[in-house]
Design a protein around this ligand. Structure first.
Ligand code: NAP
Length: 312
């Protein structure tokens, strides 16, 4: 079996570093802080808001919860952002989408101070990422890189630079928040980078590309999209996908819980059990990229805090 990369341990190591940096800032009288902006009550966004509040508490940071009702006007939302921009206790602002339809994502995002844009939503920061000079590389793509950097040092005994340069990297998914920024981060490291998406699959070409990957990063949100036929023997696979699926018995029927409802479990986009023996390394789901993502967001918030206090 290939190496199952212990992303939970990576997340814990990062948290230790974050706590040390927090103490050093507190010794200077500075406390980092994150504000979330959730408009209305979308379920997924509410879950994420709770996570951000929890990790701010764990780190001893300030947390600010902006949660106006769904019928607020766009102009009023932008006024909230301006207030957060001006608040010196807010190091980073995190808009939690989806917003209600009458509120434009880009109008809100463009009003965020670029030095508080800790998940790289603002076009200015995305532009810097594309140019290879990111201030705040977005959290999930950064988690992919952090995991691979640590894997390269620990298991391949090479510096990340040598790991990426000329490597055949294939990214499945080209969303603005995961696939595209992962591809930029790979290109910035001189990997030979191929990006696949739904149209690649529709043309029947997915396997042709993924089979050639030394490093395969999958972020499509499709369970079992990648099986043994799509993976090269000895590849390194990072599975970003998070999907809830029904638990099935050996006959393919849903397993029911005590209330008679189908039981569910979390899986990635890669058929883990079917590929784990043919790869060199793989990240699991759950306990994979997600265990590192929040920590990368916190790292960005620390950086924002330092920039705002003239420490960087
Ligand atoms: P998204 O916006 O839905 O994008 C999915 C991407 O996958 C799109 O580019 C889509 O292509 C592509 N795709 C869909 N079906 C495909 C197929 N059959 N073959 C090839 N490409 C296909 O999703 P996202 O926000 O990027 O998230 C992707 C996954 O990562 C989701 O499961 C999400 O839950 C997970 N996620 C995990 C973390 C974490 O921390 N672990 C963080 C964020 C997201 P088109 O655009 O051409 O349709």
């Amino acid at each position: 079996m290939g190496i199952v990369i212990d992303c939970v341990a990576i997340g814990e190591e990062l948290m230790k570093e974050i706590l040390e940096e927090t103490e050093a800032l507190k010794a200077k009288g500075i406390v980092p802080g994150i504000a979330t902006l959730l408009v209305g009550d979308d379920f997924g966004a509410k879950m994420y808001r709770g996570q951000v509040e929890k990790f701010c508490q764990e780190a001893g940071w300030n947390y600010f919860n902006e949660n106006p009702p769904a019928d607020i006007t766009e102009a009023e939302v932008i006024e909230i952002v301006k207030k957060l921009n001006a608040n010196p206790e807010v190091s980073g602002i995190l808009p939690l989408r989806p917003f209600p339809e009458h509120i434009s994502d880009s109008a809100v995002i463009n009003s965020i101070d670029v030095n508080k844009d800790i998940d790289c939503f603002h076009p200015f920061n995305m532009g810097k990422l594309a140019l290879g000079e990111p201030t705040f590389p977005p959290a999930t793509p950064s988690a992919v890189i952090e995991i691979l950097d640590r894997y390269a040092r620990q298991y391949e005994n090479v510096e990340p630079k040598d790991f990426y340069e000329g490597a055949e990297v294939v990214v499945v998914g080209h969303s603005n928040i995961v696939g595209k920024p992962v591809a930029f981060l790979m290109l910035n490291r001189n990997a030979t980078t191929t990006v696949c998406h739904v149209f690649t699959s529709m043309k029947g070409n997915l396997e042709k590309h993924t089979k050639g990957a030394d490093v395969l990063v999958v972020a499509a949100g499709k369970p079992d999209l990648i099986g043994p036929d799509q993976v090269k023997e000895g590849a390194i696979v990072v599975d970003v996908g998070i999907n809830r699926v029904k638990v099935l018995d050996e006959n393919g029927n849903p397993v029911l819980n005590e209330k008679g409802k189908p039981m569910t479990k979390t899986v990635g986009d890669v058929s883990f059990d079917k590929v784990k023996d043919m790869v060199k390394a793989i990240t699991p789901v759950p306990g994979g990229v997600g265990a590192v993502t929040n920590r990368m967001l916190m790292k960005n918030a620390l950086r924002a805090c330092k920039i705002q206090h003239g420490l960087e």
